[in-house]
Ligand binder design. Sequence first.
Ligand code: GDP
Ligand code: IMO
Ligand code: MG
Length: 428
Amino acid sequence: MSTVVVTGTQWGDEGKGKIVDYLASQSDIVVRYQGGSNAGHTVSVDGKEFKLRLMPSGILYKDKVCVIGDGVVFDPEVLLAEIEQMRSEGVEIADYRISTRAHVVMPYHRLMDGLEEQSRGKGKIGTTKRGIGPCYMDRDRRIGIRMCDLIDEDVFAQKLKDVLQIKNDELKKLYGQEPLDYKAIIDEYTAYAQKLAPYVIDTPSYLNRALKEGKKILCEGAQATMLDIDYGTYPYVTASHPIAGGVCVGAGIGPKNIKSTVGVVKAYCTRVGEGPFPTEQLNEIGDKLRNVGHEFGTVTGRPRRTGWLDACVVKYAGYLGSLDYLAITRLDILDCFDEIKMCVAYKYKGKIIDEMPASLRIFGEVEPVYETFKGWKTDITKIRQYEDLPANAKKYLERLAEVTDVKLGFVSVGPNRDQTIVCAKEIF
Ligand code: GDP
Ligand code: IMO
Ligand code: MG
């Protein structure tokens, strides 16, 4: 049962790519199980940065297999561009497979994503406009096109004809748009199908066979708990299940096969897009976190909203994901702070509340209860052993583990592979 799941605990961009790349060396197969090219996962190797949107972050190991699972909404153009980019940089990449059941992101999904956002006006979600929500919507309307359909010429031609009629009708009636051209889409997507068909397989049977053979599987979440369609700050969420349980439906790996779960936590907090964020610092502290941490979106380049670490959010992620370990990243960004705060509870109408409010009105009004920690004011980027961290940094980390009731597994002190302190005993 050697499956390890890595998930984001906050609002995304915690450094999942870095942690997955680090753990990939111990695994045989790396799987993405949800989301799509809305993700931007950065992997830094030997000072060189790779920004991955669809490819699992194990791709830089040539002896691994990367799998795009059933729960991913798959944009062929993005994946092919990623591969092209890596090859042009002389990178020898891992072998890869794509699920027959993954839904395909089509041009009308990207178009609709932008138009829907526009029509929401002030109530916009702040989506990445990659067609993610519209593609999952079509899956649920049962008019989606899956990879098994795309690579079957006749089925694709018929399905696209049927769906495009619906889409063009909606584009015209709802948004006064010109219809999309059937022939242009067929030509573009048939070319993708020809290139990708050799990699399209039944991934659940492949993964379950691999588990029986004793192989180690690492599952990479995109987005994070607070962006989960059911458990996040709805409606300011993405359209999939980033939480660890998403692996069971999005990769076809049953719950008994999951050995460990690792929640990635940024040492402070960021959010892109709209929605409540109780510990947000709309002041010079927030500016300092953004500037020191270069907090600008990987996919859209938008400035990220910044604030103090919210341990209530991480605790929530802890029980939703039955997390075994926390992987705390970007601790080094706090090196230059005199004082650091951590939110350990929420107050609502003068009373401490012990649950994550579902109501956005309540979540928007909660008052964070902070504990203040002394900064360590030392460069920690070269530290490799937990014991060698400054005492004030250890106090901060240990308090987080205490509030969330999840053990410290990893502490990341820089973007590179080797800038990782390991506390976890056994992961796989
Ligand atoms: P993801 O979406 O969760 O994979 O995270 P992103 O890649 O969007 O954002 C995390 C950023 O932090 C990337 O630029 C990483 O290279 C970088 N990063 C990861 N861990 C660390 C760390 O411990 N310290 C520093 N300084 N940067 C880190
Ligand atoms: P990684 O995997 C941060 C946010 C968007 C928006 C909301 C819905 O790099 O952590 P969508 O395009 O998914 O319909 O947008 O979710 N969002 C992310 N924020 N990191 C991500 O991915 C995100 N993927 C989506 O900004 O608020
Ligand atoms: Mg990201």
